[in-house]
Design a protein around this ligand. Structure first.
Ligand code: FAD
Length: 468
């Protein structure tokens, strides 16, 4: 339990109304997008200014209280679970878009801005911010930077960190640090700012973000390719990229999701298909026409049974809604859903899908597949039940085999969801020990008392901040 003086200190900083302590409120902040983790915080605080964030961290640091930064809590790695109790610092009330500058092609936002609100504000001005995690209706810009989120558009446009021009970050001791700015180029010293993209709330609290923008592409076209074999679909992705065209999006959807979506919202999907690839090209109308013709040719020669081109925006939107509902379809399918996030080199995609088939046969677990195939980033998912200890242990063992298979093909543990609580055990196997050591030293320099999101990324160590 936190001391009363901490609660009253927080109330002095942000006002009583922005400090939550009732059991009902605390439960709301005890979980995230994962189905395996939950932990109650002692208190939730909802600041509205950088100054308040700074004072909260100062108070927490002086009293060695754990602070878990949180946006919308949609992450899929346990990142915003307050595993050590203490304070959840939720940024959802810091939700102003401070500036959109068409000449600089840059915007400044607070961390609690919801991605979809940002997209809509940009579209009104003919502007475009590509990174599009499929939680866009809820996830926040702070959470996106802290996870270095990706999404379908990242095949052509890159992930969140490629759009971060500047950050304001509050360090563990309350110091407010400015990094970068609005210029496109900046070669001043080390790339310290990049450290915070993907830092999962362990190095500082992001309070302001300057983002690079693009003009909204004038035209686009959506295609859906139907495959009778998942690995053939995987090979088609490699073939498209090798043919010299980079589509804006290449997404993979397996038969499980096709059928679940068709059950929930009938839209005439081919329910007997093994897999679908959903693709989009964008750019000038002439460029879109030429690229889509090339893509359709490659898809057909790579073994697609059928390629459908969306006849209008409504049909295209329907296909993309199907893709973004993918996780909802998957997460509602079992008590415990282990959805992973490995990425492999794109020319090994078909091989990886084959290996997943072998692992599934050996283990007896069905492995569901969905993901950003154009990035080699798939979400192999196992349905299990954490209440059945024996089955859950076997599911964990199977997931470990999936990690091993991805690593053996030159892949990585996480393409976009981060390490959080989910993948700590595997970090040592996936990284150079010296690199890990340097990362730990960075954490120590920035957060010597380990108050910021303790228990995340790194396996538990003695001396972690915990409840007081
Ligand atoms: C249906 C669904 C689909 C998804 N699809 C994708 C996808 O396509 N691509 C993808 O990359 N992810 C996806 N995700 C995962 C998730 O939405 C992203 O990781 C997203 O970036 C999290 O944003 P959030 O606001 O919910 O952050 P939270 O979940 O609240 O926090 C995520 C992490 O960031 C830290 N954090 C949050 N705010 C701050 C801050 N201001 N300063 C410092 N640290 C902070 C937290 O401590 C935590 O470690 C999906 C999730 C769901 C539920």
């Amino acid at each position: 339990m936190l001391g009363k003086e901490i609660i009253s200190g927080l109330q002095e900083i942000v006002g009583k109304e922005a400090v939550l302590t009732s059991k009902e409120d605390l439960i709301t902040y005890s979980y995230d997008g994962t189905t395996t983790w939950t932990h109650m915080p002692d208190v939730v605080v909802l600041p509205t200014t950088t100054e308040q964030v700074s004072q909260i961290l100062k108070l927490a640091n002086e009293n060695r209280v754990a602070v878990t930064p949180r946006g919308a809590g949609t992450n899929l790695s346990g990142g915003s679970i307050p595993i050590k109790g203490g304070i959840v610092l939720c940024t959802t009330r810091m939700n102003r878009i401070l500036d959109i500058n068409k000449t600089n092609l840059a915007a400044i936002v607070e961390p609690g801005v919801v991605l979809q609100d940002f997209n809509l504000a940009l579209a009104e001005q003919g502007l475009f911010y590509p990174p599009d995690p499929q939680s866009f209706f809820g996830c926040t810009m702070g959470g996106n930077v802290a996870e270095n989120a990706g999404g379908p558009y990242c095949v052509k446009y890159g992930v969140t960190k490629q759009y971060v021009l500047g950050l304001e970050v509050v360090l563990a001791d309350g110091y407010v640090m400015g990094l970068g700015g609005v210029t496109v180029k900046n070669r001043t010293g080390y790339e310290l700012m990049m450290l915070f993209s993907g830092s999962e709330g362990t190095l500082g609290v992001i309070t302001k973000i300057t983002l690079r923008l693009l003009p909204l592409p004038p035209a686009n076209k959506t295609m859906m390719a139907v495959f009778d074999d998942m690995a053939v679909g995987g090979q088609a992705v490699s073939d498209i990229l090798a043919s010299g065209v980079i589509p804006a999006k290449i997404e993979f959807v397996d038969n499980f999701v096709i059928r679940r979506i068709e059950e929930m919202t009938p839209m005439g999907l081919p329910v007997e298909a093994s897999a679908l690839l959903l693709l989009q090209t964008d750019g000038s109308p002439a460029g879109v026409e030429a690229e889509s013709r090339q893509i359709i040719d490659v898809l057909k020669s790579s073994g697609a049974r059928e390629v459908k081109v969306a006849k209008d925006e409504a049909e295209a939107a329907m296909y993309w809604r199907m893709r973004s509902a993918g996780f909802a379809a998957v997460f509602s399918a079992a008590h415990t859903v282990m959805a992973e996030d490995v990425a492999v080199p794109r020319d090994r995609l078909a091989e990886f899908i084959h290996r997943l088939g072998e692992i599934s046969e050996r283990s007896g677990f069905f492995i569901q597949l969905l993901g950003h195939a154009g990035d080699g980033n798939l979400h192999p998912t196992i349905f299990t039940d954490i209440r059945d200890k024996e089955q859950f242990a076997r599911a964990e063992q199977t997931m470990e085999e999936i990690f091993e298979a991805a690593l053996a093909l030159g892949g990585v543990l996480s393409g976009e969801h981060g390490i959080g609580l989910e993948k700590q055990r595997f970090l040592k196997r996936a990284m150079d020990p010296k690199a890990l050591d340097i990362m730990k030293q960075i954490k120590k320099i920035l957060d010597p008392n380990n108050i910021l999101n303790p228990g995340k990324i790194w396996e538990q160590e003695a001396g972690d901040a915990s409840n007081h």
